[in-house]
Write a protein that binds this ligand. Structure first.
Ligand code: MOS
Length: 739
C-alpha cells in the first residue's frame, strides 16, 4: 500500500470531472424557477445618466424586470464603506448606486427575462441618455498628475538605502532607460457568472465565480445587510482565475439583487466582451537609472514606477521591491506613483507587480550587462543578493544559483555567442536571453477540518478554491501522507463558505497556508489516534509521543522500533463506531518574521526572428525554479508551463488598447486581444532544483502559481535584443517595432 504522496506526480483528483463535463461551474447550476439576467453597460466613460427609457424593452413578453439606479431597492448599499478582502484603499465601485458614470462599460442596468437570449435582446432596447463629461484615459498625458497615494494597497516603496545620488554620480558606467507595459485583461476560460438559488425561506445559495467564497459571502452580507448565515456561497470549480476572481465582481451583486427582489432563482453570466469591463493589469511605465563599475558591480540603482489606477481607488502593486530582492546594491532609491484615470480599478493579475516590475528590471540589468561587456548571466551572478535588501533580512532559503547552474546546462548557454545578430540560421536571427525572478512565499492564517471515519476514510476541508492549480489534489496528498493513507481514501472539500476559514486563493499562498493547516489538522488526528492506540491491550504506545510515531501504509508504528506497530483499522475500532473529527487553525510561526521568504526562477529563452518580416517565434524556454519542496511535480510543472505560456503573451501579444478619445478599451474580445495559441508555444522545459526550507512554513513548500511567469517576458525581450540588436522597451514586442 503506497502511502507516500508528497513529491509524487499524482493525477488531478478532479481531472475526470473536468474532462467529462461533470464539474459544474457557476453558470451551470439550475433551478426550476430559474430566470436569466443580462447587463447593460455604459456607452460613455464619464458623466451622468440623464434618462433610461425601458418602455420598449419592458414590453417584450418574458421580460420580468429591469433594474437600474432609479429603481434599485433602498436597502442596498447601506454599508457604503465596506471593502472586500482584496480592496485597494478608496471607495469600491457599487453597481447601480447612482447616475454617475465613472468608467466605460460600467454596468448601468440589469434585464431579467425568461431566457438569456431574450434578456440580451431586451438589453439592446434599453435607451440611455447621458450628459457626457470630458474623460481622461490617456496615461502619458496624465503622467504629470502622478501622485503618491496616502496608502498603498501593496507594500509602500522601500525607503532608500545608501547614498544613491552620490553613487550614481560617481559610477563609471551609467544607464538610464524607461520601459513600459500596456494594460492587460484576464481571460480565464470561464466567464464571470453567478447563479443564485432562491430558497423557500428566502435564504440564498449563490454559485459564484470567485477565488474565495467567504469573500463573496461577506461582501453580500454587507451590500444587502443580510446575516452571514443567510448567504451560502459555493464555488467548487473555477475555470481559471489569475486574480480576476479575487474581488467580488458586479455579476454577483446584480444576480443577488434580482433574486431577492423577484424571489426567484437568477443566473447572470457575463459575455466574453463584458470580461473587459472590469479589472485589468495596470499600464506601467518604469524609469530606471543604473550605475556600475567597469567590471560589472552594481553601485547605484533608481527605479521610478508610474502605474494607472481608477479615480475611486488607489490600486497599487509591488512593482519596485524587486531590485532589493534580486540584487546586491548598496545605493538604491525607489518610488511608485499612481496616475488616476477614468477607468475601472486595476485588479491583481498573475504575479501583480512582479510581472511588470521584474520585466523592466531584468531588461535594464541586461542592458547594463552589455554595456559593461559581460555575459548577462554572469552579470546577474556577480550581483547576486544574499539577503533581502528591502527588509534587511536573510532569505529563508535561496537556491537560485543552483537554478542558474541547472538551467544554463540544460539550455546549453555556454554555446552562446555574446554578440547580437551573431547566431543566424538562414533568414532566422537566433537570440538567447536570460532573466531571473522571485515571488514571495507567504503563509497566511488558514483553518481546516478533518473527519476520519471508522472505515479509515478521511475527508479534509477548507473554504479555499481550486482555480485550476491542483488544490484538490495536493491537499489530499498532504493529508494522506500525514496519516499514512492511500490517496484514494482521502477527499478534500473546498469552495463552500460554510467550511473552515481560508484566505483568498491568490498570492501563491494556498499550499503554504491551507496546506500547512491541512498538515496541522492531520497531526491532531494523529494525536487522537495515538490516544486510541494507547487504549489497546498490551499497547506498544503507552509511553509514546506523537513525534515518536510514523504513520505509513495504513499503520501506526514507533519510528525507532518499526516492529511495534498496529493497523489504523485496529486503532479506529477503539473509537466504537464514531468518526474522529478535528478542526484546526494555523498562523505563521513567529520565527518566520526574522526571514524573507521567496521562491526564485532563472529563465532561459531562445527566439527566432525572421530578418525580413520581423516575426518572432519563441522556440525554447528553460525555466528553472527554486520553489522549496514540491508537493506534486505534475501539477507543479503545469503551473510553471502556464506561467511560461503567459510570459509569451506578455512579451509578444497581450495588449488592451485604450482609445483615449472615447475612454474605452477597444480590444474587447479574443479576436482583438491576442493570447498565445498552440502554434505560439514550442519547447518548454521545467526544472525544479532541490531546496530545503525549514522556516517558510511547516511543509517547506513555496507557492508556484506566480513564480513561473515573472522572468519569462524579460528573458524573451532580452533574447529578441540578442537576435536583432534592437532593444524594444515597450511591450508587447510586435513586429512593427522591430522593422
Ligand atoms: Mo493571484 S493575481 O493572487 O490570483
Amino acid at each position: 500500500m503506497n502511502t507516500h504522496h508528497i513529491g509524487t506526480p499524482a493525477n488531478r483528483k478532479d481531472g475526470r470531472e473536468k474532462v467529462t463535463g461533470k464539474a459544474k461551474y457557476a453558470a451551470e447550476y439550475f433551478a426550476p424557477d430559474l430566470v436569466y439576467g443580462f447587463v447593460v453597460n455604459s456607452a460613455i466613460a464619464k458623466g451622468r445618466i440623464t434618462g433610461i427609457d425601458l418602455s420598449e424593452a419592458q414590453q417584450l413578453p418574458g421580460v420580468l424586470h429591469i433594474f437600474t439606479h432609479e429603481n434599485r431597492p433602498g436597502y442596498t448599499w447601506l454599508d457604503s464603506h465596506y471593502q472586500d478582502e482584496d480592496s485597494p484603499p478608496g471607495s469600491p465601485f457599487r453597481p447601480l448606486y447612482n447616475n454617475q458614470i465613472t468608467f466605460s462599460m460600467q454596468p448601468i442596468a440589469l434585464v431579467v427575462a425568461e431566457s438569456f437570449e431574450l434578456a440580451r435582446y431586451a438589453g439592446m432596447l434599453v435607451k440611455v441618455t447621458y450628459e457626457e463629461e470630458p474623460q481622461e484615459t490617456d496615461f502619458e498625458k496624465n503622467l504629470i498628475h502622478a501622485y503618491e497615494p496616502p496608502n498603498y494597497k501593496s507594500s509602500p516603496p522601500p525607503k532608500p538605502w545608501g547614498n544613491p545620488e552620490e553613487a550614481m554620480a560617481h559610477a563609471p558606467v551609467k544607464l538610464e532607460q524607461a520601459y513600459s507595459h500596456p494594460a492587460e485583461h484576464h481571460n480565464p476560460m470561464e466567464m464571470h457568472a453567478a447563479t443564485v438559488i432562491y430558497g423557500q425561506d428566502g435564504k440564498l445559495t449563490v454559485y459564484d465565480k470567485i477565488q474565495g467564497v467567504q469573500n463573496s459571502q461577506k461582501y453580500l452580507s454587507h451590500a444587502f445587510g443580510i446575516p452571514l448565515q443567510d448567504v451560502h456561497v459555493v464555488s467548487e470549480y473555477v475555470g481559471g482565475g489569475f486574480g480576476s476572481g479575487l474581488r467580488p465582481q458586479y455579476q454577483l451583486f446584480l444576480a443577488v439583487l434580482a433574486a431577492r427582489e423577484l424571489k426567484r432563482s437568477v443566473r447572470l453570466m457575463l459575455t466574453r466582451q463584458q470580461m473587459f469591463s472590469f479589472g485589468h493589469r495596470p499600464k506601467t511605465v518604469q524609469r530606471f537609472a543604473l550605475g556600475a563599475s567597469q567590471d560589472g558591480k552594481l553601485q547605484a540603482l533608481e527605479q521610478n514606477a508610474f502605474a494607472e489606477t481608477s479615480r475611486f481607488e488607489d490600486y497599487s502593486e509591488d512593482v519596485v521591491i524587486w531590485p532589493g530582492v534580486l540584487y546586491a546594491c548598496d545605493n538604491v532609491k525607489l518610488t511608485h506613483k499612481l496616475v488616476g484615470l477614468d477607468v475601472y480599478t486595476p485588479l491583481d493579475m498573475r504575479a501583480p507587480g512582479g510581472t511588470t516590475g521584474i520585466y523592466a528590471l531584468e531588461c535594464a540589468i541586461d542592458e547594463m550587462a552589455y554595456q559593461v561587456g559581460m555575459d548577462p548571466m554572469e552579470f546577474r551572478l556577480k550581483n547576486y543578493s544574499e539577503k533581502d535588501y528591502n527588509k534587511d533580512k536573510p532569505f529563508s532559503s535561496k537556491e537560485l544559483r543552483e537554478a542558474y547552474r541547472q538551467g544554463a546546462a540544460r539550455f546549453g548557454w555556454e554555446k552562446r555567442n555574446p554578440a547580437p545578430r551573431s547566431m543566424k540560421e538562414g533568414h532566422q536571427l537566433i537570440g538567447w536571453g536570460v532573466a531571473q525572478g522571485a515571488w514571495e512565499a507567504k503563509q497566511q492564517e488558514a483553518a481546516a477540518k478533518a473527519v476520519l471515519t471508522p472505515e479509515g476514510k478521511l475527508t479534509v476541508s477548507s473554504a479555499t478554491a481550486d482555480i485550476g492549480t491542483g488544490t484538490y489534489t495536493v491537499m489530499a496528498q498532504i493529508a494522506a501522507e500525514t496519516l499514512g493513507l492511500p490517496l484514494e481514501d482521502v477527499t478534500f472539500k473546498l469552495g463552500d463558505s460554510t467550511l473552515p476559514k481560508s484566505p483568498l486563493e491568490g498570492g501563491s499562498w494556498t499550499v503554504s497556508s491551507v496546506g500547512s493547516a491541512v498538515k496541522a489538522v492531520c497531526e491532531q488526528v494523529q494525536e487522537q489516534l495515538l490516544k486510541l492506540a494507547q487504549k489497546l491491550e498490551n499497547s506498544h504506545f503507552s509511553n509514546s509521543k506523537r513525534e515518536d510515531l510514523t504513520f505509513s501504509g495504513g499503520r501506526l508504528f514507533v519510528t525507532q522500533a518499526p516492529a511495534q506497530s498496529v493497523s489504523l483499522a485496529e486503532v479506529l475500532a477503539q473509537a466504537k463506531g464514531s468518526p474522529l473529527e478535528v478542526e484546526a487553525s494555523l498562523k505563521p510561526a513567529k520565527e518566520q518574521q526574522n526571514y524573507s521568504p521567496y521562491a526564485h526562477s532563472a529563465t532561459f529563452v531562445e527566439v527566432q526572428v525572421d530578418e525580413d518580416l520581423g516575426t518572432i517565434k519563441v522556440t525554447r524556454i528553460v525555466s528553472a525554479i527554486a520553489g522549496g519542496r514540491i508537493i506534486n511535480p505534475k501539477t507543479a510543472r503545469s503551473q510553471i508551463l502556464g506561467g511560461a505560456v503567459w510570459g509569451i503573451g506578455v512579451a509578444l501579444e497581450e495588449h488592451s488598447v485604450m482609445d483615449s478619445r472615447v475612454g474605452r478599451f477597444m480590444t474587447y474580445d479574443l479576436d482583438k486581444y491576442h493570447v498565445p495559441v498552440n502554434a505560439d508555444v514550442q519547447q518548454i522545459e521545467v526544472i525544479f532544483v532541490e531546496e530545503h526550507d525549514a522556516i517558510v512554513n511547516p511543509l517547506g513548500a513555496k507557492g508556484l502559481g506566480e513564480i513561473g511567469i515573472v522572468s519569462v517576458a524579460p528573458a524573451i525581450a532580452n533574447a529578441v535584443f540578442h537576435a536583432t540588436g534592437k532593444r524594444v522597451r515597450e511591450l508587447p514586442i510586435t513586429l512593427d517595432k522591430l522593422l
